[in-house]
Design a protein around this ligand. Structure first.
Ligand SMILES: [Zn+2]
Length: 191
């Protein structure tokens, strides 16, 4: 990780890991891809390595990210999908030319074209979002219970009762807050 930039929060669902590059949307928002190079870094750790990225491509990426966030949030609360967000997701999906590749070890990899690797990577992310929002995958979209976060995440727990987008950050913070509240409430034992 590069010094001076916020770390990435990587989940096992590409589309919601991507929306997680902006966190605390309802608090002090943290932009985790503040520069084109940080998008390059994020794509590399997400199996979509590209050589470089322009500011215009970063703008495209962020537009896609916020569109996925809006559509996934609507889907999580069973609201109508916002038309503008759906259009952006579909445009990015249609523009991508990535090819799914099966490795000899039986893993899936993405091969991006040499002409437009960033657009191809965004296409993969958009297609991933489509499969999640369309309910094709085993899991359920939900919103993080942290009031300052409210991120849409994909709950693949058996009971579908996960409350936080990320256990290590939002989940832990809530637990700590509850612990301290309980400490204050509980009467001290007689001395
Ligand atoms: Zn959260």
């Amino acid at each position: 990780m590069r010094a001076g930039f916020p770390d990435f929060r990587l989940g096992n669902v590409l589309a919601t890991s991507f929306t997680g590059t902006l966190s605390e949307r309802h608090g002090d928002a943290v932009e985790r891809i503040p520069t084109p190079q940080r998008l390059v870094d994020w794509l590399a750790v997400s199996g979509l390595a590209v050589d470089s990225c322009t500011t215009a491509q970063l703008d495209l990426a962020r537009e896609l990210r916020e569109s996925i966030h809006a559509a996934a949030t609507a889907a999580a609360i069973q609201d109508a999908l916002p038309a503008a967000a759906v259009r952006v997701i579909n445009d990015r999906s249609a523009q991508g030319r990535a090819a799914a590749i099966l490795t000899p070890e039986g893993k899936r990899r993405w091969r991006l074209s040499s002409a437009s690797p960033v657009e191809d990577a965004l296409g993969v992310i958009a297609a991933d979002a489509i499969s999640v929002i369309a309910g094709e995958r085993d899991g359920k979209l939900a919103l993080c219970a942290s009031p300052t976060c409210q991120a849409a995440f994909f709950d693949t727990s058996q009971s579908r009762t996960r409350r936080w987008c990320d256990m290590n950050t939002c989940g832990n913070r809530q637990k700590k807050a509850r612990f301290h509240a309980n400490q204050r409430r509980s009467p001290r034992s007689a001395e």
